[in-house]
Design a protein around this ligand. Structure first.
Ligand code: SAH
Length: 362
């Protein structure tokens, strides 16, 4: 029996676009500390505020009862904690919640909370829209509007965290929502600094994954950054001709340059690479594709994550039949590839990126 999926319009108050207040989540602790110092406050106040926001899940300064009332009022005049609003929540019986977030300028992005055993994973967006143009993906159909700020990415994380029970903790983060994280790398890295900081969300880099279409110079920057996040590369095809059809940015890059950059990342980080492969019926699910994919990955310390396609209305791509999915899997397994077929968690609620936004616009 399939239980109904519940979509609720949940217009929450957002700050007005002409509100001049700063987005607190855009501020790092030392800048906040400087601001507080100017107001004659001791430096430890910044730590207290962070503790309230990131750990105690406070969404207003009023709740911060260990701060003097005058300071709380002053903070409220200068900052907002949440700058966006939540325009819809879709919850599915498998424990997946998807939020549609309306940004201060009217742009919309999506983020998802997945509950799986003791895992509490979140998937967040890094851009409004996407410029990569993957032909099967809903996010990039209208191109990219802009990068999200650090605060806007962190706000998605905090809004999802606030959906947990008090005793539950976020355990994993994937940068796999709308947008190309490596095209907004400065803000993504600043966000993840807060996500992994013990004074922020306290999530180990080992539990944080950055998913990319494969932009070699940015992968090299990630290698130099020196924090061992997991890297997932969206491959989707084993040779350039097909990949360029599916992922147009591939034309100027090519699979070899991507794999070389990913190998360098592995050498520096020691983290096993993940390759993602969206399985599109009749397009990239042939025996030949499986064989070529196996040859590409055989000598790498890598995991292959095969994702049966989530239908996007208006696009011609299909999910392969269960028979062709298992055939594809069998070839890879026989060739010794470490392959995982991702559960279709959340597919009922359009959990593939960009779909909720698109369906609401339709
Ligand atoms: N731009 C990044 C991250 C966002 S997309 C990247 O390309 O990796 C995250 C993953 O979801 C990518 O592997 C993407 O190809 C996949 N995806 C996009 N639309 C999908 C759909 N309709 N069904 C299944 N997977 C999809």
């Amino acid at each position: 029996m399939t239980l109904p999926v519940v979509t609720l319009p949940t217009e929450t108050p957002s700050i007005h676009s002409d509100d001049q207040r700063q987005h607190l989540l855009d501020w790092d602790q030392s800048s906040l500390s400087d601001w507080l110092k100017e107001k004659g406050q001791p430096a430890f106040r910044a730590k207290q505020i962070w503790n309230w926001v990131y750990q105690k899940r406070a969404t207003s300064f009023e709740e911060m009862t260990n701060l003097p009332k005058t300071l709380r009022d002053e903070l409220d005049r200068a900052f907002v904690i949440f700058k966006a609003s939540q325009s819809a929540i879709t919850s599915s019986p498998d424990g997946t919640d998807k939020l549609l977030i309306r940004l201060f300028d009217g742009g919309e992005v999506e983020c998802v909370l997945l509950r799986d055993g003791t895992r509490r994973s979140i998937c967040v967006s890094s851009q409004v829209g996407c410029a990569m143009g993957c032909v099967f993906c809903a996010s990039g159909l209208d191109g990219v509007d802009r990068n999200l700020s650090r605060g806007e990415i962190l706000e998605q994380m905090l809004r999802l965290q606030s959906r947990l029970q008090a005793e539950e903790r976020l355990s994993h983060i994937v940068m796999m929502g709308m947008g190309e994280p490596l095209a907004n790398l400065d803000h993504v890295l600043a966000t993840l600094d807060v996500a992994r900081s013990p004074e922020g969300l306290g999530i180990s880099p080992r539990r944080i994954t950055i998913s990319t279409v494969g932009l070699p110079p940015a992968i090299d920057r990630l290698s130099k950054h020196g924090v061992a996040y997991n890297l997932a590369v969206s491959l989707h095809a084993p040779h350039d001709e097909l990949r360029t059809q599916l992922v147009p940015v591939n034309k100027k890059i090519g699979i070899k340059a991507i794999l070389d950059a990913a190998d360098r990342y592995f050498d520096v980080s020691g983290r096993r690479l993940t390759f993602e492969y969206v399985l599109l019926g009749g397009v990239n699910d042939s025996d030949d594709c499986a064989e070529s994919l196996a040859s590409l990955l055989r000598h790498r310390t890598a995991m292959l994550n095969v994702i049966p396609y989530n239908l996007v209305s208006g696009l011609p791509y299909k999910t392969p039949s269960p028979k062709s999915i298992s055939r594809f899997k069998e070839i890879l397994v026989t060739r010794g590839i470490n392959v995982m077929f991702r559960q279709r968690k959340g597919s009922e609620i359009d959990a593939a990126c960009g779909q909720l936004r698109r369906n609401r616009q339709a």
